[in-house]
Design a binder for this molecule. Sequence first.
Ligand SMILES: C[S@@+](CC[C@H](N)C(=O)[O-])C[C@H]1O[C@@H](n2cnc3c(N)ncnc32)[C@H](O)[C@@H]1O
Length: 442
Amino acid sequence: MTAALKRAKPSPFRDYAAYLSRLRRLVGDSNGDAEWNNRVDAALNGQASVELRRIAPVEIRRKFGAFFTGTELSSKLIGTCSGFGAKSVFYDPTCGMGDLLVAAARKLPLCDTLPNTLRQWSKQLTGTDLHREFIDGARMRLVLLARQRHKSQERLEASESEFFPNIRVADGLKETDLYSRASHLLLNPPFGQVASALGCEWAGGRITGAAAFVVAALERAKSGTRMLAILPEVLRSGSFTEQWRKRVCEVAKIHLVQPYGIFDDSADVDVFLLDLSVQADNRTPASCRWTPPPVTCTTIADFFDVHVGRVVPHRDEERGPLRRYIHPRNIPVGTEVTRIVEKRRHSGKAYQPPFVVIRRTSRPGDRYRAAATVILGKRPVAVENHLIVCEPHNKSVAACRSLMAEFHTQGVNEFLDQRIRCRHLTVGSVREIPLNSFDQPA
Ligand SMILES: C[S@@+](CC[C@H](N)C(=O)[O-])C[C@H]1O[C@@H](n2cnc3c(N)ncnc32)[C@H](O)[C@@H]1O
C-alpha cells in the first residue's frame, strides 16, 4: 500500500462533517439577531459533545479519547487562575473542539474590531489534535465567540482557517514549540491506557495516557508556565500512580488539587482539577498535597492490620490446603459470618478469624463506601482479592464488631469520598480512616 493510500484511511469522525457544515453556516450568517445568538449559545455550550455522541458510539470515543469538557467544568478550571492579559498564551495539546480554549477566550479582552480581536486571539490561543474535524470545529467556535462578544454583523474577509494558524492537526506528544511558547497549558488529555515509554522512571507497564501527557507537558514547558488540568481521579489517589505524583512534584509547584466528581454522564469517570506552575528542580516536594492532610487522631492502622485478600481466582492454581473461601458474593454486607460453606485449595496466606472484610469496589454515592462483614470461626479462611481484610491487633470479636459499625457511618463515607474517589479502595486509604469515637474494646 502506498503512503498516500495509507494516509487516506477514513476518519473515525467523518460523520461529524454534517455538524461542522452547520457551524460553518452559523459563522457566515452574521445577522446577530436573538435567534442567531441562541444558536451560538448552543454551539458553545455542550452541543459539540451531544453531536459527537450522536454520530460516534462510546467505544469509538473511548478508543480515541474524544470526550469534550462541558461549560461548567471548563469555566471552573479556568476560574482557578486569574490575571489573564494580552501576553497570556494558551496551549491545549489535545484541544478537541476547543472547549478549554473557548473558556479561556471568554476571559480575554476584545480589540477595537472583530478582525483585530481574531488576529490578537490567534496569537494567544493555540492547540493541537489528531483529528481535522475537531480542529476545524475549534477554530469556528472561537470565531463564533468573538463575533458574539463583539455583537458584530461585519462580514469576515478571511475564512476561519486563516485565523488561529496555531490551532492545528498534530500529535500533542510530539509537539515542542507550542509548549515552550505557552504561558498557560490547558489539559484534558485522553484517559485511555497506553504503554509507558521504554526507560520511563515513574511508570512501568500500562498507564493512563493522561499521566504521559502531563509529564510530557512539564518537561517541555518553560519554567513559570501555569498548567490547568482535568485528570482522572486515579492519578490523584491511586496507589500505583505514586511515582507519577512524585515526578510531578519534582518539576512543579502545586497550587490546587481539587476532587470534582464524575466528568459527565457520558464518560462515567471521576476526575480532579490540578493547577500548578512548572518549576524545574522544585526543592519542596514535601509540600505537595494530593490527598487531604493525614489525620492526626487515631486511625484504623492503630488497631488493625490491613491487607488485600490473597486469592486471585482466575490466576491462582487450586492447590495447597483445602480452605474455607470467601468473596464478595458469599458474605452479606453488615452481617457476622460464622459458617462458610464454599471451599477451595489455596497455597498462599489464609486469615485466622476474627477479622473484618470490606469490598474493594466502592464509589461515591454508594450507601457504604466501606461495605463490611465480620468473619468469625475457628479455621483459617482464604480471601479473594476483591476484599480488604482488617485483622484486629488484640484478636477480639468485639473490636471487629465496633469496626463494622464504624465503617457504616456517614463520617467514613465522607472521609473516603474525599480521600479516594476511584472505584477501588486502596489499603493506604483504609489504614488512614480516622477512628474518632472508636473505643478499643479489651
Ligand atoms: C478528552 S478529549 C478533550 C478535548 C478538549 N481538551 C476538551 O477539554 O474538551 C481529548 C482529545 O485528545 C485528542 N487526542 C488524543 N490523542 C492525541 C494526541 N496524541 N495528540 C493530540 N490530540 C490527541 C482526541 O482527539 C480528543 O479530541
